[in-house]
Ligand binder design. Sequence first.
Ligand code: 0GY
Length: 301
Amino acid sequence: MTFTKTPGWLDWYAGPAKPHFHLPPGSVDAHCHVFGPGAEFPFAPERKYTPCDASRAQLFALRDHLGFERNVIVQATCHGADNSAVVDALKASGGRARGVATVRRDISDAQLQALDAAGVRGVRFNFVKRLVDFTPKEELLEIASRIKPLGWHVVIYFEAADLPELWDFFTALPTVVVVDHMGTPDVTQPVDGPQFGFFVKFMREHPNVWSKVTCPERLSVTGPAALNGERNAYRDVVPFARHLVETFPDRVLWGTDWPHPNLKKHMPDDGLLVDFIPHIAPTPALQQKLLVDNPMRLYWS
Ligand code: 0GY
């Protein structure tokens, strides 16, 4: 099957810089995706966007170029609840990738077991309306209760404005809960303002909640421009990510978000994204937790 990309689609950047920052040995890119290839793994009929292809081989080449050891591959919404492309990548990774799937309530126990055997360790519940249709909360709670015995966790993706309304549902989840992209703060608001303060409270009051300190390229208003010739792109996002890394050092994860779905203005250089890390995790001890210890505990133990 051939697919036509969504108009205005930005393809991932093919010539990333070599990072200046040297990742600690064993680092995990804990949020990335594969797209198709569409001819092999068709995109889902219910998708809200049609991306370019981004194959497992291209992901693994990026992993090696940047200096990562492992990947956590998150099911992208353009594949709906058909996890074949992720499972294929996990199986080809030689144990160096784990996955986060999207499942519906009609999934059988045998299918869950097969996903587990392939390396899936979580399910993603997506509340971003431009990406998915609404799924009833009781269906999600049922899924959460079925994946809990497998030792899996739930990844949640939502927009900051929706956290108050979703709070009761999130706090009822019986597993570890991993928030995508810091709960998508508006970074023009103060880091100690009410919006981000509410997210910090969510993490502080619930020790089962983790956050990915990811997607500066998605959240930034100042953008990728460097200041004073330094590699300090996306600097308006730094205080938010750094606050979480320093406050909850054992509950943060980092990832590239390659191949960066649905960016409208620019496509980041993944090498420069890696150079963002020491700005948000300024000490070797924090870097070790963020990049190695935390993802290994959640995905490989
Ligand atoms: C991300 C962000 C986005 C998309 C998806 O699964 C997806 O389609 O996650 C987005 O458009 O904000 O985490 O990759």
